[in-house]
Design a protein around this ligand. Structure first.
Ligand code: 5GP
Ligand code: ZN
Length: 118
């Protein structure tokens, strides 16, 4: 379930502080420490899954929950309404995919442009 050496497992368990956005039994969301956009938070499963490359069929409901929750949290965090507003979801995967923390996470970015990246 958890990897004691994983940064995001430690964050979801409250062992490392974070600015929490949302929590339930399976999902944790918190603000990115280096925001690239006016709104920038990360959504993670509490279950340690290293990346999208390790996702299995049994994880589909969990991933569905994460994706279905994103619009609500994005709006609550200040992303402007679609279509003039909106948000960007990003899942970096592996070294060539730009992944730095090896616990599956969805970047949720939004707010008025320009942004730092992208
Ligand atoms: P990746 O490059 O793996 O897709 O994204 C990792 C993200 O985690 C980066 O945007 C980085 O700023 C964020 N991050 C890294 N360490 C911490 C931390 O200790 N706390 C928080 N809140 N975010 C972190
Ligand atoms: Zn982890």
């Amino acid at each position: 379930m958890h990897d004691p050496n994983c940064l995001f497992c430690r964050i979801t368990q409250g062992q490392i502080p974070s600015r929490k956005v949302y929590e339930d039994d399976e999902v944790f969301a918190f603000h990115d420490i280096h925001p690239a956009a006016p709104v920038h938070f990360l959504m993670v499963p509490k279950k340690h899954i290293a990346s999208m490359a390790q996702v299995e069929a049994e994880d589909a409901p969990l991933l569905g929950r994460l994706l279905a929750l994103a619009p609500r949290l994005a709006a609550e965090q200040g992303c402007n309404p679609y279509p003039a507003g909106g948000f960007r979801l990003v899942v970096n995967t592996g070294a060539e995919g730009g992944q730095e923390v090896h616990h599956l996470h969805i970047h949720v970015m939004g707010g008025p442009r320009p942004w730092l990246k992208g």
